[in-house]
Design a protein around this ligand. Structure first.
Ligand code: NAD
Length: 388
């Protein structure tokens, strides 16, 4: 039976949850609303500021984008189906909803005068996409089209889309610039590329303008400790190395010790999530001035090997990190490094936090408090990947 809350219970809930009001249906949380009109004291919401819908805003990169938009005097409004994250507590309106539900999207666009959309929501695990391509094509493409069509219906014409370096496939040269061939090696990368193409066709046909970011490896955490990486199934290298340092896992698997790199392990380009978040605020500003579609790599141009990451984690955490050596995985290139001069030049993006020391220190500060009490060892459901 759904629980009907009386007004005192709602007030208590709101007070306990920083103004978040959960509506339950069949005992499942259905809608969480920070209502800025009724509860202005709880919420960073100023009706004179532009509203920006952030899909997937409760997730890892999304939560940092939300913090950056607040700092840029915008009103972020999160929609997330909580499939890969917990209820956020970032002090902005939050709607539990799925992008495939047109009626929920319509309600959100009706309630809030949305000026731009940052679209981060999606399924993100490369290995899973190989096993369940239908899930990825549905969530990353079909649900995305539903979002685009809703934007058009409501006259919202600015989109920032989270694409991925996975659109490139095996590098023909490094650093990889935006003109590099796009030949994804897995369904995940294919869905990101297909959705980019769909957006480009919508931009040509309709009143829509877009910035599409191809992130390399997002890493690090909010320098003030307000957000960080906490996926239900963790596949990214740095948090998995922390899981070992924190004794949540016994050892970290390293795939490939015979790559043509200095220490034989694969090299990836790690870019701090706060710098990625900043790029989104800059992109919204760009779409105030320019029309059309723009694609940018977000990376540092400098790579670190898996072994260098492990060594840095050992240095920062002062803990042991046992490693297991494994064969190379099919489709894992030796080096993936971005040329992101275009974003630096056209958006004025500066990478202020993306040195390895800051990445690992901010991420560890977050991880220590977010995983303070690992109750049970994390089941080995997925293996670390070098890149999404
Ligand atoms: N993390 C990286 O290194 C990286 C690299 C390249 C690209 N990206 C892209 O950036 C975006 C964000 O990545 P992330 O690492 O923050 O992942 P994440 O899983 O933490 O965030 C995605 C969020 O979207 C939500 N979501 C998924 N499907 C949804 C749906 N249908 N409706 C509403 N919400 C939905 C999830 O609950 C989650 O909170 C993704 O689109 C991903 O493909 C990430």
């Amino acid at each position: 039976m759904p629980h009907a809350f009386n007004s005192q219970e709602i007030e208590d809930l709101l007070a306990k949850n920083n103004g978040q009001y959960l509506v339950f249906e069949n005992d499942q949380p259905k809608f969480v609303v920070l209502d800025p009109v009724r509860y202005p004291h709880f919420v960073n919401f100023d009706k004179n500021r532009p509203n920006v819908l952030v899909t997937g805003g409760a997730g890892y990169i999304g939560s940092h984008v939300v913090l950056e938009l607040l700092a840029a005097n915008l009103n972020p409004i999160i929609i997330d189906n909580l499939s890969n994250c917990a209820v956020p507590n970032l002090g902005c309106p939050f709607i539990v909803g799925d992008l495939e539900k047109t009626e929920v999207l319509d309600k959100v666009f009706e309630q809030y005068n949305i000026q731009a959309v940052v679209h981060l929501a999606g399924s993100i695990i490369v290995e899973e996409s190989v096993l369940l391509p239908e899930k990825y094509f549905h969530n990353n493409v079909v649900a995305g089209i539903n979002l685009l069509n809703t934007m058009l219906r409501h006259g919202v014409n600015k989109l920032i889309y989270s694409s991925s370096a996975a659109v490139y496939g095996s590098p023909r040269y490094v650093p990889i610039d935006e003109n590099h061939a796009t030949e994804p090696l897995n369904p995940y990368g294919e869905t990101k590329l297909i959705f980019e193409k769909i957006v480009n066709w919508y931009v040509k046909a309709h009143d829509l303008n877009a910035v599409m970011f191809r992130y390399f490896n997002a890493a690090g955490a909010d320098p003030h400790g307000r957000a960080g990486e906490k996926h239900f199934i963790e596949t990214h290298l740095i948090p998995r190395v922390f899981q070992v340092a924190n004794k949540e896992l016994d050892s970290v698997k390293i795939f490939g010790h015979d790559y043509p790199t200095a220490d034989g392990t694969a090299i990836r380009d790690y870019v701090h999530v706060a710098d990625i978040a900043k790029a989104h605020a800059l992109a919204i500003a760009k779409l105030e001035e320019d029309t059309g579609s723009f694609t940018y790599n977000i990376g540092t141009g400098k790579g670190y090997s898996v072994q260098e990451i492990v060594d840095k984690v050992v240095e920062v955490t002062e803990r042991m990190v046992p490693i297991e050596q494994h064969e190379r995985r099919a489709g894992d290139p030796p080096i993936l490094v971005a040329d992101s001069k275009k974003a630096q030049k056209e958006l004025g993006l500066e990478l202020k936090h993306s040195d390895l020391d800051t990445i690992i220190r901010t991420a560890w500060n977050w991880h220590k408090q977010a995983f303070a009490k690992p109750a049970v060892p994390v089941e080995e459901k997925a293996e670390e990947t070098a890149s999404t």
